[in-house]
Design a protein around this ligand. Sequence first.
Ligand code: PLP
Length: 395
Amino acid sequence: MFYDLASTTWGPEEIDAIARVLRGGQFTMGDRVREFEQAFAARFGVKHAVMVNSGSSANLAAVAALSYKEHRPLRRGDEAIVPAISWATTFHPLQQYGLRLRFLDVELDTLNMDVAQLEAALTPRTRLVVAVSILGNPAALDVIRAFCDRHGLYLLEDNCESMGATLNGRPCGTFGHVNTFSTFFSHHISTMEGGILATDDDELNYLARVIRNHGWARDLPGDHDPQSPEGFFEAYRFVMPGYNIRPLEICGAVGLMQLGKLDAMIERRRANAALFVELFGGDERFVLQREHGRSSWFSFTMILNPALGIDRARVMRDLRGAGIGFRMITGGCFPRHEAIRFFDCDMVGPLTNANLAHDHGFFVGNHPRDLTAEITRLREVLDRAARPVQSAAVQ
Ligand SMILES: Cc1ncc(COP(=O)(O)O)c(C=O)c1O
């Protein structure tokens, strides 16, 4: 493919790190994962980072931890305000823990939650807001956090698409009571699969560590030698319902290498974004993502201006023909998926913009390498393919 959605960012360092783990014989979660967690917490200025096997699992552990808090836990029937566009596993743990979702529309240009509608979404049952920064672009996290503080709500920040982005100099993924990241293959750093839960809250950290590890106290400080008098029982103490969502040791080892490259990779992504905006910004055929804060530019979104009647099917055909990869914007408007029939939910208004993004939008890839040739070719292809209906009619 000429211009793919994602590519590997691994070099010999990652392969060597994996080989060292394999030679060492400690395959399951151990010292490398611990080192990665410490480095990650230091890099993002959070007290605790808990690595798990995916961003989806980080969301699951986050919702589970909030549901097992000693004081003011989330309870079944509580309401969560969520954006209409996000990945399915932003929403699924909320359903699994019995929460009622209120879907809020997004802004058409940032693609993030329209915070002007937050007050309208609030009810006496609201207990949680889930904030998502879509495809690298920071949501209005400061406004959302202030709203949560004003109304005594928890904030879960799902930052799985925006590692390395900042808002007012503060890293995305640090605004919530609990925050999540993904290190899936195509994301800003890759451990193949992987995720991180980040929090400053000691109790949420404790709960997340137990929840990721069978509900077992084994991953916590103490004497866990099953053959010592104290450790015999201590080593097998199950303190609450949990899962096995632990990461592999090779993921921790690779994560350490990737984290060291993160800043340089984001600079490269941002340089590509500058070219993308130069070539497509101001073109009335496309609504691009307007940068809010400092984006880490996961990818480049384009919404075909609905007023011009451009045929998206033709655009897709030509992109495919030119070997340019594209996808729906983060799965589109989530309430339009069949899974919604399992949810207790309602919509705060008609979700106009989320539906426009669903019906007229797509994204193409960004990579941490020079994409001048790819983005230039994209421009050539779209100049031919994205024809407003009026001009197509006179041909
Ligand atoms: C916003 C968001 N949340 C959660 C996830 C899940 O992450 P993972 O693929 O690591 O499970 C994704 C995946 O892309 C995502 O985009």
